[in-house]
Design a protein around this ligand. Structure first.
Ligand code: SAM
Length: 294
């Protein structure tokens, strides 16, 4: 029988047989390290009870490992040239479906209902992401109404550090908060660029997102406006919170006093840099300012 798809030899043989050249425009870097592939499946804690959505199966290296561990796998691949390859290399697995779809355009709740035999089972996303669209993919997953039981994805190391950053660090920002608002994030392990063919210019890391165990202490008055507010707070991240908030008041001195009073009430020093505030502090600050019509 064939060696596993993710082995370097098999990957090279598949590329040669089908005349496949990795497409930069689709962020194609194929994983050719079986240890990494198996550790991704472990980090996602995949069991036969799980429905798995894979984004970008490529040559099927991760898909094969997922098929062995999961109940069912649905993989979304944008590149039509890879479909005949996937059809052939994944033919030993009857629990895998490959759909020719752009994940950014997919209706995920509908897809789950249509594609999985038992859509009520835990649903996980596992992927070696195309790096050029990491943030839009993650935000699309998090903003969809699906209750993900885990999202386990490979991305550029620097992005992984931003997703999992602690307050007070330079990596901490609006992306960190957008993730933390919805799920708990941790880095499972790092991956060298040499685990891929072709090797990208950056190192990578696996991030695991799981549902929050602690509900938020407060809810923002309006989610979209709240994240707009957070972005404004980080507009000049080397300046103080006060300098970032002041534009809310314009030239109106009374409004400036209102902002200062709100900060004082919440015991937040106006001289702090925005990166020092926790998610819950941002939420209460936004709510209080809104209550004061700012
Ligand atoms: N899973 C394979 C592996 O680990 O070797 C390939 C990973 S490669 C980094 C990213 C994959 O995502 C490629 O197969 C690429 O064609 C696919 N892709 C890129 N943009 C996509 C999109 N918008 N929707 C679905 N798949 C996409």
């Amino acid at each position: 029988s064939n060696p596993e798809i993710g082995s370097l030899n098999r990957t090279r043989a598949i590329m040669k047989e089908y005349g496949i050249h990795a497409k930069k425009g689709f962020g194609q870097n194929f994983l050719t390290d079986l240890n990494v592939l198996k550790n991704i499946v472990k980090a996602a804690a995949i069991t036969k009870e799980d429905n798995v959505i894979e984004i970008g199966p490529g040559l099927g290296a991760l898909t094969e490992q997922l098929a062995q561990a999961a109940g069912q796998v649905v993989a979304l691949e944008i590149d039509t040239d890879l479909l005949p390859v996937l059809d052939e290399v994944l033919s030993p697995y009857d629990n895998v479906k490959v759909l020719n779809q752009d994940v950014l355009k997919a209706d995920l709740p509908a897809l789950i209902q249509e594609q999985f035999a038992d859509p009520g089972r835990p649903i996980k996303v596992v992927a070696n992401l195309p790096y050029y669209i990491t943030s839009p993919i993650l935000m699309g997953l998090l903003e969809s109404p699906v209750a993900w039981s885990a999202i386990c994805v490979m991305m550029q190391k620097e992005v992984a550090q931003r997703l999992t950053a602690q307050p007070g660090t330079k990596e901490y920002g609006s992306l960190t908060l957008a993730i933390e608002y919805r799920m708990q994030a941790r880095i499972a392990f790092g991956v060298s660029r040499h685990a891929f063919v072709p090797a990208p210019n950056v190192d990578s890391a696996i991030v695991v997102l799981t549902p929050r165990t602690q509900p938020l202490a407060a809810k923002p008055y309006d989610e979209g406006k709240f994240f707009g507010f957070v972005k404004n707070c980080f507009a000049h991240r080397r300046k103080s919170l006060w300098n970032n908030l002041k534009p809310l008041a314009g030239k109106d001195a009374d409004k400036q006093v209102v902002i200062q009073n709100v900060l004082a009430e919440l015991s937040i020093s106006p001289q702090l840099r925005p990166e020092k505030l926790t998610l819950e502090q941002f939420i209460t600050l936004a709510n209080q300012l809104h209550a004061q019509k700012l």
